[in-house]
Design a protein around this ligand. Structure first.
Ligand code: WT7
Length: 643
């Protein structure tokens, strides 16, 4: 499948936690007897207030799964308190600021104090078990404190990425009825300020139920203040006790909500619960990254995405690891920043997105070679397929041909890694996420729902429950069933296509639904379309993805103006601004093509297949257009294709 060579497990991973034989044996056991396998893992990885009564009970037709029913535990205790006897003075987080002169270490004991103070401050404001708390923060330690403080008192956090617009923030606050918001005056990214508090104010103008807005002072910039509602974080926490009784949670009590885009409608609040989520996060962190005591591990994601939840905060801390949190961007002050940080903090594991690798690759080798990178042992990628060219550059130049790369496939909905190489067990094929994680029972389906045996390509599905699976769509369980469990009854439908080669390696080919992956950010075409048609001069819009060298996918919009409206560059700019305002900068269209008409079937359904081909410039390959209501619209779109 790839012209690139296989990379064997290197010598320095021969003593990894899991070797090839152990992987095969443990994987087999995890599928043959999941209850016994996961009970053992739950014993080993988690500390329980009360042992569970039943390991797993699930019904995929109802989208239901219960893991460790009857068990009790607290996530913050598992991530902090239980490490204190051995690791009070060990660093939990290394924080590297946007400004290279700014960094600090937070020890486990300090983390405990900070989390407890905030947890007490929240309790004092009436926040209790089951309440939803929205976290809209820059990448500063307080973001992690906020998540863990919620976990400590049993509140459900909903982290909203700091790059989202006030509009998007408002929708998410309202959907889960968050009544407390934690934010900062401003964020700092690549030397630029992000007006988080101003965005929050704009959102909260439409959220009458929010009684408390805690504000971290990050930049000291000017902000508006609403007496009664707004409180400085430092004032609320400075007098608070550093002890806070943790809420003993049921294994299936919700831990967090995280919104993600689907092919239809508004983003969904993916609900994750306590024990199963933490267990798979902890296990995959240890084995995928072959984490060794005392090593520095760096995941460049933002805590606003699931990668930040699972692999900056919960997975690393559950293992007592040292997790580096980076406030800035890989290209500031210049394209050598990541490697400079690797040397500065002696990073052993570096985990990032293919889009970042491609962007850095484009700048050339010099910024990489400026740094020694001798501390690096392992590299990782996540979020989208990695093209073998980018993989090889990452491997040979960044990793000096001595660091394995773990290409981890998973989703917001899966909570933790599902397909990934294990560095001591898996010979690597560039571009392949390789093999399933323990307990993950995969299949590839044909269009008709039949399972493909052996090598082949089809829809990627999961056949049986896994601990960190999505439990519900917040407030709309039916939507969970409709989205994931109805397409092929009895299976969880991932929305991805994949192939499996003769050696059993999985190769993810990308989404098979109307979901885009732009720089590793997931976005529904429907969301962008809804934003475009808000403009009163626009009648209709259809959005598709097209291949983009750096972003993986770019956003291509076909837009039909109202009758009598002349398309203009000014209108184009207004539309771009509208998408940014409604969703955020990540939704900025790359191409807007004026379309007097869209290709539709006689029943009025837009033929996206054709629009995708035109956007991809595959004009010989448009397929059958005879079923269209008006085939001439295609000719017009082809002739006026924006290039
Ligand atoms: C979608 C999930 C999971 C963390 C970040 C994204 C794509 C994710 C890979 C990979 C190929 C990947 C899939 C998936 N994806 N990882 N290693 N190789 N594709 O989470 O926003 O929920 O997006 O990202 O299409 O369905 P997300």
């Amino acid at each position: 499948m790839s012209e690139f060579p296989l990379h064997k497990v290197p010598d320095n991973f021969q003593d990894a936690h899991i070797n090839a034989e152990q992987y095969r044996e443990m994987y087999r056991r995890s599928i043959d007897d999941p209850a016994a396998f996961w009970a053992e893992q739950a014993e080993q990885f988690l500390t329980w207030d009360k042992r569970w009564d039943r390991v797993v009970e699930a019904d995929f037709t109802q989208g239901k799964a219960e893991w460790f029913g009857g068990g009790k535990l607290n996530v913050s205790v598992n991530c902090i308190d239980r490490h204190l006897p051995a690791r009070a003075d060990q660093t939990a987080f290394i924080w590297e600021g946007d400004d290279p002169a700014d960094s600090k270490h937070i020890a486990y004991a300090e983390l405990k104090d900070a989390v407890c103070r905030l947890a007490n401050a929240l309790r004092e404001r009436g926040v209790k078990k089951g309440d939803r708390v929205c976290i809209y923060m820059p990448m500063i330690p307080e973001a992690a404190y906020a998540m863990l403080a919620c976990a400590r008192i049993g509140a459900i956090h909903s982290v909203v990425f700091g790059g989202f617009s006030p509009e998007a923030l408002k929708d998410r606050i309202l959907d889960s009825d968050c009544r407390t918001v934690i934010t900062a005056d401003e964020g700092l990214r690549g030397g630029k300020r992000v007006p988080l508090k101003a965005n929050t104010d704009a959102a909260l103008a439409h959220c009458p139920n929010v009684h408390t807005c805690l504000v971290v002072r990050r930049t000291g910039g000017d902000i508006a203040w609403q007496e009664g509602r707004d409180t400085w974080y430092h004032e609320a926490t400075e007098g608070a006790s550093t002890d806070c009784e943790p809420e003993s949670m049921d294994a299936e009590d919700p831990l967090f909500i995280l919104y993600t885009s689907g092919s239809t409608g508004k983003p969904k609040g993916v609900l994750h619960t306590t024990a199963g989520y933490l267990l798979q996060s902890a296990l995959t962190f240890k084995y995928t990254f072959d984490y060794r005591e005392g090593e520095v591990y760096w995941c460049t994601a933002d805590v606003g995405w699931v990668t930040g939840h699972t692999y900056i905060v919960y997975g690393p801390l559950a293992n007592g690891a040292i997790s580096l949190m980076f406030e800035g961007v890989p290209t500031y002050p210049d394209a050598g920043r990541c490697w400079e940080v690797v040397d500065k903090h002696q990073v052993a594991t570096f985990y990032t997105a293919p889009t970042a690798i491609r962007a850095l690759h484009a700048v050339g080798d010099e910024p990489v070679k400026r740094a020694s990178r001798a501390s690096l042992r392992l590299l990782g990628t996540v979020g989208e397929p990695i093209n073998p060219e980018a993989w090889e550059w990452y491997y040979t130049v960044v990793g000096d041909s001595r660091c394995p790369i773990v290409d981890t496939w998973w989703q917001t909905e899966t909570g933790a890694h599902m397909i990934t190489p294990l560095p001591g067990a898996t010979d690597l094929k560039p571009g392949s996420a390789s093999f399933p994680v323990f307990g993950v029972n995969l299949a590839l389906l044909n269009e008709d729902g039949s399972e493909i045996e052996g090598p082949g390509a089809g829809y990627l599905v999961v056949k049986s429950p896994w601990p960190s699976q999505i439990r519900s769509v917040y407030g709309d369980h039916q939507r969970l069933i409709d989205t994931y469990f109805s397409a092929y009854p009895g299976y969880y439908f991932t929305g991805d296509g994949a192939s499996r080669d003769e050696d059993g390696y999985y190769w993810i080919t990308g989404r098979v639904d109307d979901v885009l992956n732009v720089s590793g950010h997931r976005m529904g075409t429907a969301e962008v379309e809804s934003a475009l048609v808000l403009h009163d001069k626009i009648a209709e819009a259809a959005v598709v993805g097209f291949p983009h060298d750096i972003k993986g996918q770019g956003i291509y919009c076909y837009v039909t103006p109202m009758a009598g409206v002349e398309p203009s560059d000014e209108l184009r700019k207004e539309l771009i601004d509208l998408c940014v305002k409604e969703i955020g900068p990540i939704a900025k269209p790359d191409v807007i093509q004026w379309a007097p008409g869209l290709p539709k079937t006689r029943s009025g359904k837009i033929m996206r297949r054709i629009l995708r081909k035109i956007a991809e410039n595959e004009l010989e390959n448009l397929g059958d257009t005879s079923t269209l209501a008006d085939p001439t619209v295609v000719d017009h779109l082809v002739e006026n294709r924006a290039s």
